[in-house]
Unconditional design. Structure first.
Length: 248
């Protein structure tokens, strides 16, 4: 498999592949335990951005366009069956842009996009001035909570975390949405009920980025609600992707 993807629990007979795009500073390992919480009909594949974990020696992508172009060039073999994209925080933007960059002949394979804890593309803005520089980034990540906040609290891991965060926040700061045709697949936007970085009202704007069905869901927790209540999220994903047959 390409260096860009990790499938921790291969399921060759799965009918659908869920491709997951990590948050800023995150890595494929954020999705390591998902397969065990999802039905066997879903195979989970996580994106591994360059410049982290086992790709630490690879140069980070210099901008969002490069990251998306490189991912779109590698993702084709994974679209041999129906796929859904799940992107958390920055990963929501990456997932959306990769969906737009797919060659026309591969687009029918994408049956759903989940945009988690991320504002709609046209509403994305650079970090506020108080979060500039290393100390500012650390304050911002800590304020969001979750495993990322705990990671930067460890002095011995901070330099590694900062290397990744600098690269990813540069992607965020320099990203500018270019208007174009909306997606054709359904979109579900998910917000943490206590997330001040991306509220349910922010997430509702994703409705304008698809001609397909749109749903807004709010789950308990903050920006990293998926860490505190993973079962609720897995139920949502399963019910959306593998709905039970209608009763006769």
């Amino acid at each position: 498999m390409s260096a860009w993807f990790r499938t921790f629990v291969p399921r060759p007979s799965a009918t659908l592949r869920l491709i997951c795009f990590p948050h800023a500073g995150g890595a494929a390992s954020a999705f390591r335990g998902w397969a065990e919480l999802l039905p066997s009909s879903i195979e989970v594949t996580a994106v591994q951005y360059p410049g982290r974990q086992d790709r630490i020696m690879a140069d980070p992508s210099p901008d969002m366009d490069t990251l998306v172009r490189d991912l779109a060039a590698e993702i084709g073999p994974l679209l041999d069956r129906q796929v859904a994209f799940f992107g958390h925080s920055m990963g929501g933007t990456v997932a959306y842009e990769v969906a737009r960059a797919l060659p026309r002949e591969l687009r029918p394979a994408l049956v759903h996009l989940f945009a988690s804890a991320r504002k709609a593309p046209g509403d994305c803005r650079p970090l506020a001035p108080e979060y500039r520089g290393d100390e500012g980034m650390l304050r911002y990540v800590t304020s969001l909570g979750g495993a990322a906040g705990r990671l930067v609290a460890h002095e011995e891991l901070r330099d590694i975390a900062l290397f990744t965060l600098r690269a990813d926040f540069h992607l965020i700061d320099t990203y500018s949405h270019r208007p174009g045709a909306p997606l054709l697949c359904p979109v579900t936007a998910i917000a943490g009920a206590y997330d001040t970085a991306c509220t349910a009202a922010d997430s509702a704007a994703w409705a304008g980025y698809t001609t397909g069905r749109f749903e807004l869901r709010e789950l308990p927790g903050g920006h990293f609600y998926l860490e505190s209540a993973p079962e609720r999220l897995m139920d949502l994903l399963t019910d959306t992707l593998m709905p039970a047959p209608a009763a006769r």
